[in-house]
Design a protein around this ligand. Structure first.
Ligand SMILES: Nc1nc2c(c(=O)[nH]1)N[C@H]1C(S)=C(S)[C@@H](COP(=O)(O)OP(=O)(O)OC[C@H]3O[C@@H](n4cnc5c(=O)[nH]c(N)nc54)[C@H](O)[C@@H]3O)O[C@H]1N2
Ligand SMILES: Nc1nc2c(c(=O)[nH]1)N[C@H]1C(S)=C(S)[C@@H](COP(=O)(O)OP(=O)(O)OC[C@H]3O[C@@H](n4cnc5c(=O)[nH]c(N)nc54)[C@H](O)[C@@H]3O)O[C@H]1N2
Ligand SMILES: [Mo]
Length: 771
């Protein structure tokens, strides 16, 4: 290696790698040698790490600095920043945290996070939580964008989150036992590139191939064909979005009317099937939920529904449902019905049978990994007894004090004065961004740690530049992956960036709890400490890990796989009385007295079809006739790496690529490569068209993650020119019961954009005044 060149082992949510740096600059990233199918966007790391939009110094919005908290708050995102020293910035943050806590109490501080980076020590969420807890607590977020509705409904129906986070039936078990896998929403290969916390070896395509070789037949039910990879050779049923529940009811009706359901299983292991049966037969509402009824809603031929039901009853069948299906209006309903349908088939608890959520959603779902809780920075206790469902951010900001219900609780939104945001991007993740902008103008102060000038950083008051994983040391491990990875510092911090730990240590010092925050440990001392605790913990399971030095030197450790992976619900099946589920009845709750007892109009006691607020069958579809799916992006993780080469190469005419069906394109005079305006009554954005018959007619796919880039940032509702679908999505909660994100419920119209498309400024830093 030339002078000044060094290499380091590294880890990210999308793969492990060796990074090479020359004279303090990353020059290349080579995927981990044990990874058979590395994610292509791993290559974007060097240019993203050195991008022009890295934040060089701490910076404060001009009016805030001059006028104090709340000054000209509506101008967030339009004003210049003033570069300040670290000392000044930390003094300002510490002072503001003290002021808000003193004047309004810690209930006025909202702390939020997101995926951040892989690494269990500098983990943005743990660091923020630990720090704010020592400051007296904060309003935290509960549930998730990923599986929010599932996290409410699944435990109520089967007593745990195991069907979502696993262990679900693992790939080796599927290969051996599953004859038919029915995948609603597919098992998208693009999503398996990612695993929260890191992934050592991408192996899911191999498993799909092996299953086909062993005779497993895959059926993909969903609007996009390539949600199932070529390896799976799946049969595709292109249904209308948000109609999975109707298909499931149609399948259930066929099972019931043809006496193909397992009445013994339903009697022994479930409660309330009679109520669902009456609903299927239309006893109360006169509507028989048969295959013809389902077909009218979903657009899948009735014959195909009946045929599939019969195949499901005569095969070892596993029902998989993607997480996206619950990210929709009343998204908990198809999840509930999945469980009911699997119960009717009577194969829950058998190897390769039953149901599981999120195959493909992340690499680790279905992997035969032993699920070992990873090392974690302790966060301590939060003395503020108030949290909000994470997707209710805009509602909270716009309606302080307003009542809302959630999962059986009557609650009130807190009155937030200070937002502290680290490791997430609200202008990526949130629905109806024009509405969020109105809420975003409310708090006195918004503090953000970010490596990059993201749309959120540009809309904050105090911005503290933080390092990327390549500029600090960490350990990356996930309960969903078998590799424990060393994430070694490859280069010095870019600009004046500091690690999460250094930033909070400096603040804790000013606030008088430095000792409690740091416990006197340096970064490397913490890594050693967390590693040793982890090593001791896994030793109890008979797993022998090397000492820290050897691990760090090797760069990785692979946990041994299961000899015989656990079969979900096998114990319950074996002995329902001795090993009851943690539900009120101890059984699978096809009817839930608890949910019925909440009395919510939109959540009765069993899975029930109600038309989504927006879908292809509603009146609104006359004006906005295309259902927009804003799914996860292929070329990056959410908004991360959007400034990098791989994501930018995937854009069309500089905008996010939007796939549409050839018929829909032709009818509008749209050709491949055209810039189009995508709009509804919430907003509008530009996108670049890819015409594709992999998309069902009436559906467009505009993945999330293009950095929010309105033509005029001073005007909420201004045309977004980069292709961020969240100016079009609806911020309606999934339901009163679940209060989660319903992003997949959105209708739009598309037209050719005439004239010169405005230049993209998403990656241009704001103007900075040097103090
Ligand atoms: N490359 C990459 N991988 C990722 C991520 C990323 O940003 N990039 N994000 C990660 C995260 S945080 C998560 S939570 C998971 C999410 O995992 P998912 O929620 O499964 O991901 P999506 O891509 O949103 O949706 C998968 C597919 O579901 C289909 N779909 C949408 N609506 C419906 C519907 O109503 N019915 C049916 N049948 N199908 C529907 C869409 O065609 C879509 O392509 O992905 C993870 N993996
Ligand atoms: N329309 C629509 N919207 C969606 C979804 C959808 O399907 N459709 N999916 C939803 C889902 S499932 C999810 S999980 C969310 C994801 O939403 P987020 O998790 O908010 O998205 P990310 O882009 O991963 O945001 C992470 C941010 O952390 C920054 N970061 C990285 N490392 C560090 C660090 O060490 N410290 C700090 N302080 N910052 C760091 C990154 O630069 C980035 O800006 O989006 C949700 N939004
Ligand atoms: Mo997610």
């Amino acid at each position: 290696m030339p002078d000044g060149t060094r290499s380091a082992f590294g880890a990210s949510h999308w793969g492990a790698f060796t990074a090479t740096a020359t004279d303090g600059r990353l020059v290349g990233v080579e995927p981990f040698g044990m990874d058979p199918s590395p994610a292509p966007f791993i290559r974007a790391l060097p240019d993203a790490v050195h991008a022009e939009c890295r934040i060089a110094t701490p910076a404060v919005r001009q009016s805030w600095l001059e006028g104090g908290p709340g000054a000209n708050a509506a101008a967030r995102g339009t004003e210049p920043f003033v570069a300040v020293s670290w000392d000044r910035a930390l003094d300002l943050v510490a002072g503001e945290l003290q002021r808000v806590a003193k004047e309004y109490g810690n209930e006025a501080i909202y702390g939020s996070s997101g995926w951040g980076s892989a690494g269990n020590f500098h983990n943005a969420r743990s660091q923020l939580g630990r720090f704010l807890n020592l400051h007296g607590g904060f309003v935290d977020q509960v549930t998730s964008f990923s599986v929010g509705a599932a996290s409410v409904i699944v435990p109520r129906i089967v007593g745990s989150m195991q069907p979502v986070f696993g262990p679900v039936n693992t790939w080796p078990v599927i290969v051996e036992h599953t004859e038919l896998m029915v995948a609603f929403g597919g098992m998208p290969p693009k999503n398996s590139m990612v695993n929260q916390g890191g992934v050592g070896a991408h192996e899911s395509a191999d498993w799909h191939r092996r299953a086909v070789e062993a005779g497993t037949c895959f059926v993909c039910i969903g609007p996009i064909r390539d949600d199932t990879g070529d390896e799976a050779e799946a049969e595709w049923h292109p249904v209308r979005p948000n109609t999975d529940l109707a298909v499931m009811l149609g399948l259930a009706h066929t099972l019931l009317s043809e006496d193909l359901h397992d009445a013994d299983f339903l009697a022994r292991y479930c409660t309330g099937f009679d109520r669902l049966a009456a609903y299927l037969l239309g006893v109360a509402d006169g509507i028989v939920k048969d295959a013809d009824w389902a077909s009218g809603i979903a657009g899948m031929p009735a014959g195909a529904i009946r045929d599939l039901a019969r195949r499901m009853a005569s095969s070892r069948t596993l029902i998989g449902v993607s997480w996206s299906v619950q990210r929709a209006d009343r998204g908990e309903q198809p999840y509930w019905m999945t469980i009911a349908l699997a119960a009717m088939l009577g194969q829950i608890g058998l190897p390769g049978g039953g149901f599981g959520f999120g195959y493909g959603a992340m690499h680790g779902i279905g992997a035969a990994t032993r699920q070992v809780a990873p090392p974690r920075l302790p966060t301590g206790k939060n003395d503020v007894g108030c949290n909000i469902p994470v997707a209710r951010l805009a509602d909270m900001l716009l309606n302080p004090g307003a009542p809302y219900s959630f999962n059986g609780e009557d609650r009130h939104y807190p009155d937030i004065r200070l937002i502290y945001w680290c490791g997430g991007n609200p202008f990526h993740k949130h629905q109806d961004l024009n509405n969020l902008l109105r809420g975003w103008a409310k708090p006195d102060t918004i503090i953000i740690h970010e490596p990059w000038w993201t749309p959120a950083a540009k809309r904050a008051d105090i911005v503290l530049p933080c390092t990327t994983t390549l500029e600090r040391n960490d350990i990356a491990a996930s309960q969903f992956d078998r590799f424990v990875l060393a994430s070694q510092q490859a280069i010095d911090p870019v600009g004046q960036a500091r690690s999460e730990y250094d930033i909070y240590s400096g603040l804790a010092d000013r606030l008088g709890f430095a000792e409690a925050f740091t416990e006197g440990r340096s970064e490397m001392e913490w890594l050693r400490h967390l590693y040793d605790l982890y090593r001791q913990r896994v030793a109890k399971d008979g797993i022998e890990m090397p000492g820290f030095e050897s691990f760090w030197e090797a760069g990785h450790f692979a946990l041994p796989q299961h000899d015989s992976p656990p079969i979900p619900f096998a114990d319950f099946r074996q002995d329902p009385d001795g090993a009851p589920l943690k539900t009120p009845s101890g059984k699978i709750e096809i009817y839930s007295e608890t949910i019925a007892g909440f009395g919510y109009d939109d959540a009765p006691g069993h899975p029930t079809w109600v038309e989504p607020v927006e879908w292809l069958g509603c009146d609104k579809a006359e004006r906005f006739p295309l259902h927009m799916l804003s799914n996860q992006p292929r070329a990056r993780l959410h908004s991360q790496l959007d400034c990098g080469s791989v994501s930018r190469a995937a854009k069309v005419a500089g905008r996010e690529a939007m796939r549409m069906n050839p018929d829909d394109a032709a009818r509008r005079g749209i050709a491949d490569g055209d810039v189009v305006r995508v709009f509804n009554d919430r907003g509008a954005c530009l996108a670049g068209v890819v015409v594709s018959d992999a998309i069902r007619r009436g559906v467009v796919e505009l993945a999330t993650g293009a950095w929010f880039d309105p033509v005029d940032p001073a005007v909420p509702g201004s045309l977004e020119k980069h292709g961020n679908p969240n100016v079009l999505t609806n911020d309606k909660p999934t339901s009163t019961l679940t209060q989660c994100c319903a992003a997949q419920t959105a209708l739009v119209e598309v037209e050719r954009f005439e004239g010169d498309a405005p230049a993209i400024t998403a990656f241009t830093p704001p103007s900075i005044i040097e103090a």
